[in-house]
Design a protein around this ligand. Structure first.
Ligand SMILES: Nc1ncnc2c1ncn2[C@@H]1O[C@H](COP(=O)(O)OP(=O)(O)OP(=O)(O)O)[C@@H](O)[C@H]1O
Ligand SMILES: [Mg+2]
Length: 392
């Protein structure tokens, strides 16, 4: 049935969030439907699955806060049996707080050194692997309630959404982004000092420009590929076209890479001056880019549409993206949809379920009411109703 996809045969959570121990057996099951009241632990399960993919977890969270509160330490494990075609592999992820505190990392938000490592330890069939290698073993995409107002949200949320999609498509894209952001931090540290070696700064800015333009080039390539598939839309969801908005990307669409690198270098050079007047002046670049989505059926931008319509836009993009992964890698990803029916009217819920049923891959859905998922009663589905463990 699911020859061109991955599926989770078994999932075991230990000390993860609200679960001391949870085991789900889903051998060859296509649809896993998890229902229960608020706080029952539905999102926690999907979040755990998202951790098995490169761009997870899908909720902003620090790894050292994911271990079950009250357990002796913040150590947790997510272990799974994954089926790809006829191959079965064991993918395990653990976070060990006691080991982790010994290392040092750079905090994304504060540019400060933090003592707690946020590194996931991943083992595939007894072999340690890097997070960036995960996509050789599993791909997961998701739609969460946080995306319901994606197009009215701050730029950074949209950029993250798009970057996540691109990360799963180009294996080295995520690594490039991390390198780029580290270079920016390095640059700003140097500039905050009163005196610095100008040659050193030149070299770093040069690297930022080169890396930045190569990232922009991948974004443009991705935009083209995705738009082509979005344009072939055969679903009842809106036909969407996306457009990346960024100064570097804009320039690169009409110029040679070397010229755009030079343009970027000039921006960085000019920006140095601002450090005299401000502690941390913003600098333009691919780390500030955004994207917009045009609803071609209505001829308007997605940010002008309603909440439910915005969710439909996200659905269109994710469905097209699944087809894109299939086209290029011959495999559909596992799809997670948290609060699948939320904001959607009855017709659109049915349209969504119909589309999901057509894709030969494993789907994990959550919702409050089991009766909202009657569509799946006569299909290959597993229903999990979570009892509210501690109503307070
Ligand atoms: N580290 C943790 N340790 C213990 N419990 C936690 C931890 N993190 C979150 N929780 C609890 O897990 C519970 C379930 O959360 P979850 O987000 O999965 O609920 P949900 O079923 O998706 O609810 P909703 O319908 O409101 O979205 C919450 O009550 C939350 O407080
Ligand atoms: Mg939830």
């Amino acid at each position: 049935m699911m020859n061109n996809s991955y599926s989770i045969n078994r999932l075991i959570l230990t000390n993860y969030r609200s679960y001391e121990k949870l085991r789900i057996d889903a051998n060859d099951i296509k649809n896993i439907i998890i229902t229960g009241d608020n706080g029952a632990g539905k999102t926690n399960i999907l979040e755990a699955i998202s951790m098995l993919s490169m761009s997870g977890p899908f909720r902003k969270a620090k790894l050292h806060q994911l271990g079950k509160i009250g357990s002796p330490d913040s150590t947790f494990t997510i272990s799974s049996e994954i089926k790809t075609n006829e191959d079965i592999l064991h993918l395990g992820l653990s976070y060990n707080y006691n080991n982790a505190v010994k290392s040092v990392y750079y905090d994304d938000d504060n540019d400060t050194e933090n003592e707690i490592s946020e590194r996931r330890q991943i083992i595939v069939d007894n072999m340690n692997i890097q997070v960036s290698e995960l996509q050789n073993f599993i791909r997961v995409v998701w739609i969460t309630p946080f995306m319901d107002r994606l197009f009215s949200e701050a730029t950074s949320e949209r950029r993250k959404f798009l970057d996540n999609l691109i990360c799963n498509f180009y294996p080295f894209y995520g690594v490039s982004l991390t390198q780029y952001s580290n270079l920016l931090k390095q640059r700003s540290k140097i500039l905050k000092k009163q005196t610095y070696d100008e040659k050193w700064l030149d070299a770093i800015e040069n690297e930022i420009a080169e890396k930045g333009v190569s990232i922009a080039a991948l974004r443009i390539e991705f935009e083209e590929k995705l738009n082509k598939i979005l344009g072939e839309n055969k679903t009842n969801f809106p036909t969407i076209q996306i457009k990346i908005e960024g100064n570097i990307e804009d320039k690169l669409k009409g110029a040679k890479s070397v010229d755009v690198e030079e343009y970027f270098r000039q921006i960085l050079k000019k920006n140095r001056e601002l450090f005299k007047y401000s502690f941390s002046p913003a600098v333009e670049g691919i780390h500030r880019s955004d994207f917009s989505a045009i609803n071609m059926d209505k001829g308007i931008s997605a940010d002008q549409t309603s909440t439910g319509e915005q969710k439909c836009t996200v659905i269109s993009i994710i469905l097209a993206y699944c087809n894109m992964l299939y086209l290029y890698f011959n495999k559909y990803p596992i799809i997670l949809i948290d609060e699948a029916p939320a904001h959607l009217d009855d017709i659109r819920v049915k349209d969504l379920f119909t589309e999901l049923e057509k894709i030969p891959t494993q789907i994990w859905l959550t919702g409050i009411l089991k009766s909202d998922f009657d569509f799946f009663n006569d299909k290959n589905s597993l229903f999990i109703e979570i009892e509210h463990s501690s109503i307070k």
